[in-house]
Design a binder for this molecule. Structure first.
Ligand code: SME
Length: 163
């Protein structure tokens, strides 16, 4: 596929996800390198939605380690169960936070972050990474984001390299 995203004038988030997901799936399916795929996913989400921070943390032994991302520099390692990302990993579930200041143990990489969504990526029933998105708006994420980002995470997980 051409290295350019096709976007209509759609303004609402659901329509944008609906347009973006097939393009991302095509991109991911045509490339076996997971780092390259994560990098393009971040760039595409940033280009489409303009969120403050979009990135991946990969599971490596007892930590999450920063992977490809778009946005301000971020903390590089997160322990199992710590912060929003570590919670999504330890509980193997999507975590949606309307107000990061109300989330016990939230790790503030950027003081501009107000709300956050973290989606685990599972491969063969194990969490192998998380997709983390931060917004500078309170309660910026909802069921539409959860639904589409879960689909994206499933797609990435199905193509995750196995040892
Ligand atoms: N806020 C996250 C840390 C990662 S940054 O947002 C990029 C957390 O609490 O896990």
């Amino acid at each position: 596929m051409a290295e350019v995203l096709t976007r209509s004038q759609a303004e609402d988030r659901e329509s944008r996800y609906r347009e973006l997901l097939p393009q991302l799936e095509a991109l991911i399916s045509s490339e076996t390198d997971v780092i390259a795929n994560m990098a393009n996913v971040c760039a595409a989400l940033r280009e489409t939605f303009g969120f403050l921070w979009i990135g991946f943390y990969r599971v490596e032994n007892t930590s999450l380690i920063l992977g490809p991302f778009q946005g301000p520099i971020a903390c590089t390692r997160i322990a199992f169960g710590r912060g929003v990302c570590g919670t999504a990993w330890s509980e193997a579930r999507l975590v949606l936070v309307d107000d990061v200041d109300q989330f016990p143990g939230h790790i503030a990489c950027s003081s501009a972050s107000r709300s956050e969504i973290v989606v685990p990526i599972l491969s063969e029933k194990r969490v192998v990474a998380v997709l983390d998105i931060d917004s500078d708006q309170l309660a910026d994420f909802g069921p539409v984001d959860a639904q589409w980002l879960t689909l994206l995470a499933q797609h990435l997980g199905q193509r995750w390299p196995t040892l």
